[in-house]
Design a protein around this ligand. Structure first.
Ligand SMILES: O=P(O)(O)O[C@@H]1C[C@H](O)[C@@H](CO)O1
Length: 350
């Protein structure tokens, strides 16, 4: 390959559905009908959802998407004071890639539940811990567990930790993900260095930057061309050569869909026609948030499954989270090496 140019806030809902569709509640609070506005529904009103008031409050908190600068600053101060470290590189571990945080030396670990105003991880393969320490001599912080839109979090909440990283002092974001390979040349286990993305949630009118803009983070209308740092892509390509994995490393375009469903064949065909090489359910909103506050971004997808764009009855063509996790586990050593060597390169030029 040649160089490239060009807790606090989520309470558990304890209610269970019984066979008749009526709700039974374990915590003793009475189910109450609410209108979408949160008022009690009248009997003429058919639009009702049976939530206890505790559950209703929990859902509202989960959907909270306003994080004023001062709140983000408080979270950042909590982490910097608690770890005694001002990190320069922030790493987001994709599904099954939590081991990227296990290689951090002298780690100070913060469970998400213990960080004020932090969401909690709800997905298998996302432990829900922030690890701060050193890697190859550089101060780093890593999210062992990210937040996804399909978990019920608004995009601004999913990528709020990127702003926390920024206020902690982070200059470089490394975002990693597990993704389905749509490019027919990609094999399971390959790595795709992201050089661009197609923001499908953005096409549908959803952005982590929706709502009032705080210029202390960045401009109202940020440009996204050149989002993925070319120097870092080139360095990663060079590193892949020295690792002897060059033939399984690609440079391509990622797209994020909302999930949690994997894609239909027609959707995969459409994505391929748009020039998408790999598809997932994350990363894009984190990159947008990072670029908005002027961080340098490096991102890669581990191809955990092949996405066929042809109709077939083969069960093998169905993606599964178990397969995603198994492939990530198999390739974690390689991913760790790539990340630590790139961190070393950045540290060398610091
Ligand atoms: O967090 P990432 O994007 O790595 O996780 C992918 C997308 C879904 O969360 C999950 C599907 O298997 O893996």
């Amino acid at each position: 390959m040649t160089g490239y140019s060009s807790k606090n806030d989520v309470a558990t809902a304890n209610g269970k559905q019984n066979g008749s569709g009526n709700q039974t509640v374990e915590n003793g609070s009475k189910p109450t009908a609410f209108t979408p506005q949160g008022n009690h529904a009248s009997s003429e009103n058919n639009i009702q959802c049976s939530l206890t008031s505790d559950e209703f409050r929990a859902v509202n908190l989960m959907r909270q998407d306003m994080y004023p600068y001062e709140v983000i600053q408080e979270i950042a101060d909590f982490i910097v004071k608690g770890s005694g470290i001002r990190p320069k590189i922030g790493i987001i571990c994709g599904s099954g890639l939590g081991s990227l945080a296990d290689i951090i030396q002298n780690p100070k670990v913060f469970e998400y539940e213990k960080i004020p105003n932090f969401p909690v991880s709800t997905v298998e393969g996302h432990a829900g811990r922030l690890v701060v320490g050193t890697l190859e001599g550089a101060n780093v912080m890593a999210m062992q567990g990210r937040f996804h839109f399909y978990e019920g979090y608004p995009l601004a909440k999913c990528s709020m930790p990127v702003r926390v990283m920024k206020l902690c002092g982070v200059e470089y974001l490394f975002a990693t993900n597990a993704a389905g390979g749509i490019n027919p040349k990609y094999a399971v286990g390959d790595i795709m260095l992201m050089h661009d993305h197609v923001n499908m949630l953005g096409f549908a009118g959803n952005s982590p930057l929706q709502g009032p803009n705080d210029p202390r983070f960045g401009p109202r209308f940020p440009a996204l061309v050149n989002s993925y740092n070319k120097d870092l892509i080139n360095k990663a390509i060079e590193i892949s050569k020295t690792m002897g994995i060059e033939s399984s490393v690609h440079v391509g375009v990622y797209s994020c869909l909302g999930g949690p469903t994997y894609e239909t064949i027609a959707e995969l065909k459409a994505l391929r026609m748009m020039g998408v090489d790999a598809v997932g359910m994350s990363t894009v909103h984190e990159v947008i948030t990072a670029r908005h506050c002027d961080m340098k971004v490096f991102a890669f997808s581990l191809i955990t499954n092949k996405c066929s764009t042809e109709y077939s009855d083969k069960k093998d063509d169905e993606a599964s989270h178990d397969e995603v996790m198994a492939v990530a586990k198999n390739r974690q050593k390689t991913c760790c090496e790539l990340v630590s060597r790139l961190v070393a390169e950045i540290q060398k030029t610091a």
